[in-house]
Ligand binder design. Structure first.
Ligand SMILES: Nc1ncnc2c1ncn2[C@@H]1O[C@H](COP(=O)(O)OP(=O)(O)OP(=O)(O)O)[C@@H](O)[C@H]1O
Ligand SMILES: [Mg+2]
Length: 150
């Protein structure tokens, strides 16, 4: 599928990209975020949350693994997962014992590359990269069918 690339000069640009991506997301969609520490995965998720109009402040879910945001005006809730601590072994997101039915939600997973792709028929993969000591980030994103590896 088509791969798109954008340079993100500041955190506001990353959030704006998230709002744009939210326009093409619907219930049941999976978003896999890849990129090193501080690349902007949570910032991008904040933009997606704003675009979906969900409730609650997006923050790093690192210590709780997953955070659920109730649906807002678009009627789609957001589940924000941090797979960093899952040790690359996530057979079922159901194991997280969420109240939200994942088929009804947009699910965004930080550190999810190679871990969660099998949970959906297709996913939106977003790779964020950065230069040391710079605010500039580069995003490359594409919809990927199946669980194909990079
Ligand atoms: N262009 C940019 N896009 C995103 N964040 C930026 C940008 N420029 C600077 N930043 C800063 O970089 C940091 C990104 O943090 P964020 O928590 O979003 O990264 P992350 O990829 O989720 O990190 P982690 O792997 O720890 O979860 C924030 O402090 C943010 O203000
Ligand atoms: Mg984060």
């Amino acid at each position: 599928m088509v791969q798109r690339t954008r340079m993100l000069s500041a955190v506001a640009d990353t959030e704006a990209l998230g709002r744009e991506l939210a326009e093409e997301l619907k219930a049941g969609d999976l978003v896999v975020l890849d990129g090193p520490l501080g690349a902007g995965k949570t910032a991008l998720t904040r933009g997606i949350a704003a675009g979906l109009g969900v409730q609650g402040r997006v923050s790093s879910p690192t210590f709780i693994i997953a955070r659920q945001h109730r649906a807002g005006e678009r009627g789609v809730p957001l589940v924000h997962v941090d797979a960093y601590r899952l040790g690359g072994d996530l057979d079922e997101l159901d194991a997280l014992d969420l109240d939200t039915d994942l088929q009804d939600a947009v699910v965004v997973v930080e550190w999810g590359l190679g871990v969660v792709e099998h949970l959906a028929d297709r996913h939106l993969r977003v790779r964020l990269s950065r230069e040391p000591e710079s605010d500039v980030r580069t995003a490359v994103w594409e919809w990927i069918a199946g669980t194909a590896e990079a």
